[in-house]
Write a protein that binds this ligand. Sequence first.
Ligand SMILES: *[C@@H]1O[C@H](CO)[C@@H](O)[C@H](O)[C@H]1NC(C)=O
Ligand SMILES: *[C@@H]1O[C@H](CO)[C@@H](O)[C@H](O)[C@H]1NC(C)=O
Ligand SMILES: *[C@@H]1O[C@H](CO)[C@@H](O)[C@H](O)[C@H]1NC(C)=O
Ligand SMILES: *[C@@H]1O[C@H](CO)[C@@H](O)[C@H](O)[C@H]1NC(C)=O
Ligand SMILES: *[C@@H]1O[C@H](CO)[C@@H](O)[C@H](O)[C@H]1NC(C)=O
Length: 555
Amino acid sequence: MLVSLQPVVLATAVATLLASRVAAIPKVTRTGRYLYQEDGTRFYIRGIAYQEQGEVVESDDNEFLEPSTFIDPLAIPAACTRDVEYLTQANINTIRVYSVNSTLNHDSCMKTFSDAGIYTIIDLALPLNGSIARDAPSWSTNLLNQYLNTIDVFSKYDNVLAYNVGNEVVLGDSTQLAPYVKAAARDVKAYLKSKSSDVLVGYAAINGASTWRNVLADYLSCGSDATAIDLYGLNDYSWCGDSSFQSSYAGTTSQFADYNVVAYFSEFGCISSPPRLWTEAAALLSSDMSSVWSGGIAFSYFPAASAAGQFGMVTVSTDGNTITTSSDWDRLVTQYGGVSPPNSPAQSSASASTYGTCPSATTDFLASNTLPPTPNESACNCLENALSCQFTPQTSNYSVVAGELINTGCSLLGESGGSCTEIGGDGQTGVYGRLSGCDPIVKLSFVMSSYYEANGKQATACDFAGNGTVNAASQASAAPAASSCIASPSATFVPSAPATTAGGSASTSTRASGGSNGNGGSSSGNGNGAASTNALAGIAIMGVVALASAAWTLV
Ligand SMILES: *[C@@H]1O[C@H](CO)[C@@H](O)[C@H](O)[C@H]1NC(C)=O
Ligand SMILES: *[C@@H]1O[C@H](CO)[C@@H](O)[C@H](O)[C@H]1NC(C)=O
Ligand SMILES: *[C@@H]1O[C@H](CO)[C@@H](O)[C@H](O)[C@H]1NC(C)=O
Ligand SMILES: *[C@@H]1O[C@H](CO)[C@@H](O)[C@H](O)[C@H]1NC(C)=O
Ligand SMILES: *[C@@H]1O[C@H](CO)[C@@H](O)[C@H](O)[C@H]1NC(C)=O
């Protein structure tokens, strides 16, 4: 009896083991403008924004109520376990996360979601100084390192679909920022390729007038595979209430009819005509739109308030253990549950992307096609070591101080007959200063050294109220040191992994970009927040706008 039973028990155990072993999540790749799973099935994003909102500080320069801190949702295993069943119930296959902390452990959450067949779209920006700043844009070593650190940490997971290099950085009145976004995409793409990764590189655009919105989309996907984004996201809140494809989406869809890379709605879900019916999800994932769009991200799972109101669809109990869903959520579950977009075109008949000529600037779209260089950390470090007066912050929280001191230093330098041209850049003319790719500490040391040298190297000229220190070992003055260390100021190359994990770089705390959009959606955890200083405003206060602002921001 016992003997004859044993194989049965064993067989049952094996069967149980097999049943409980989850098949690996299929890899999703891009062919031309569409996404496919390994077996050739077309992949559509049935997504939701997944990040609890950080701290929002209300102020005049935070019109969209964007958070200044963030909570990394992929580092809280119990919350991921709590939420995965809700996401699965809603037929959701992708979550978008706006900011992650590369020093934390993400193994548990990433496995929980992978086992449930859920992909992640990860934004690489962080609030405040971790994004391309709208007021004082740069693509510099500190941002590059932050982006690459995050990529390194997430490279071991099988369910990262894409990395976004920015969210709503470029607005209708700041189209000259586009070259910075594209430089970030170029360098991130080159890095991923060097690691043999085919995770997609994306950007999430604010919606706006087609005169610049469509040009930006083309700008980001033009030229060559090496510089083009793979995935264009549009944060589109234009379908409100009981609308229809014809009245809300047909126009935009026809404008993207010939787009060359994958396009999706990186946020959708208008709240201005409650209740939210989520019938736009059914339209987005139907044959009306499937030839252009690959699905989208409903905004938002967690509570997320912006100037336009509350976008969240669930609430979390104070002890964090339980979720209460809203009727909006129930309707989203119904709509996502009913979609079946066409499995076409077949991957074998999908054409590869062609990369057209990049759009020239217009009065509505000012961006140059000359991109900022790849930030070169060893060149910037070489310069920092060579400078005669170095910024020596007295606090680890130096990003605000550095911003203030750059303003002060540039105005003092202007009065001494010098300029801050070399630390600035201009995405409209495509002219970038020699130090444009260096982090704010190096930029500030360069400004301090230039001022110190312009004042006959008097010790007091390197004081900056105790923030500057004379470097006795310095052999050369600032300008020649910069020419020698940063010998190829416009070079582009494949960036290598950051030497150490993060740290070591200050940053100005200017208003970062990211965050939310004019239609009301708020990207929780991303961008902005109330910057306590602002390089441009600071310069204006110092009264040397004409000289210094033209050098520093050239907005
Ligand atoms: C990341 O997490 C660590 C540990 O909690 C914390 O010290 C650090 O400030 C966080 N970094 C960011 C950018 O939030
Ligand atoms: C980066 O800068 C270093 C130091 O000046 C230089 O040796 C190196 O060639 C630069 N790299 C590129 C690709 O320009
Ligand atoms: C950093 O300094 C600024 C102002 O100096 C302050 O508002 C902010 O709270 C500080 N942050 C931390 C984490 O100490
Ligand atoms: C932001 O500033 C903090 C210091 O205030 C610094 O530790 C961090 O590296 C900076 N991040 C970037 C991307 O510059
Ligand atoms: C450094 O500069 C900041 C900003 O101007 C100033 O508030 C501070 O007192 C200075 N000195 C030190 C030691 O931080």
